[in-house]
Write a protein that binds this ligand. Sequence first.
Ligand code: FE2
Ligand code: FE2
Length: 162
Amino acid sequence: MIRVDHAGEYGAVRIYEGQLAVLGKRGSAETIRHMAEQEQRHLKTFDRLVNERKVRPTALEPLWRVAGYALGVGTALMGEKAAFACTAAVEEAIDEHYAGQISELGERDPELKSTVEDFRADEAAHRQTALDHGAEQAPGYKFLSEAIKAGCRIAIKLSEKI
Ligand SMILES: [Fe+2]
Ligand SMILES: [Fe+2]
């Protein structure tokens, strides 16, 4: 769980970095920057958990480094609404993923569970922010959203194992 969450938060940081490289001076930059800072906090926490609990980080980090950034840049180049469509889709996939972990953890590992619950609330807020900024009005929203969610689910599966 810690391996995949660490990988996911790293991917999130890279997506927002990619978005900010394109949209850093646009009206939505402050909103994106605020979410990016929260992803940094999430990543830092999972960095600590990886170290404390001697978890082997995903071997796919170099892939997520490039893929996350490319997804951020690519959607941002399609416009601010597409960038928010990307955020809404990613956060929806992460929300599902964290919800699954929370129910799987049950009474075990209260530290990890409360961390996941805490971050899940942030991700849900990011999703809402993205929707509030017109994510659904992005051109090709349905396709874009489904494709990104499918990609996230594959990335989650891979990062659990590899
Ligand atoms: Fe996050
Ligand atoms: Fe997030």
